[in-house]
Design a protein around this ligand. Structure first.
Ligand SMILES: [Zn+2]
Length: 100
């Protein structure tokens, strides 16, 4: 998976019509205003956080797999790492890699 390296920043200095997400001076995304515009800045911040969120998901999955390998017990308080957290992280990372 390849993407423009972070950090990405929100540029909302263009009035209410547009919010941009930039990497240095490279345009990553143009969030087009719709509705009353209240979600636009939040959507742009979510996009701008993507490189950090990706890194955090990858690190969390590595930790979960290390702390509780698949099928390593019959039920302990760490099982949610394997049964809930790891699948959610894998699904999110798979969606990124598959372009969905
Ligand atoms: Zn367990």
């Amino acid at each position: 998976m390849s993407h423009t390296p972070g950090p990405w920043e929100v540029d909302s200095a263009h009035g209410t019509d547009a919010v941009y997400v930039l990497s240095e001076n490279h345009l990553i995304a143009h969030v087009i205003a719709h509705g009353d515009g209240t979600d636009d800045a939040a959507n742009a911040r979510l996009i701008a956080a993507a490189p950090d969120l990706l890194e955090a998901c990858q690190a969390a999955l590595e930790i979960a797999e290390a702390l509780h390998p698949r099928g390593s017990c019959d039920g302990c308080r760490m099982c949610p790492l394997e049964l809930e957290m790891a699948p959610a992280l894998r699904a999110a990372l798979y969606a990124l890699e598959a372009g969905r």
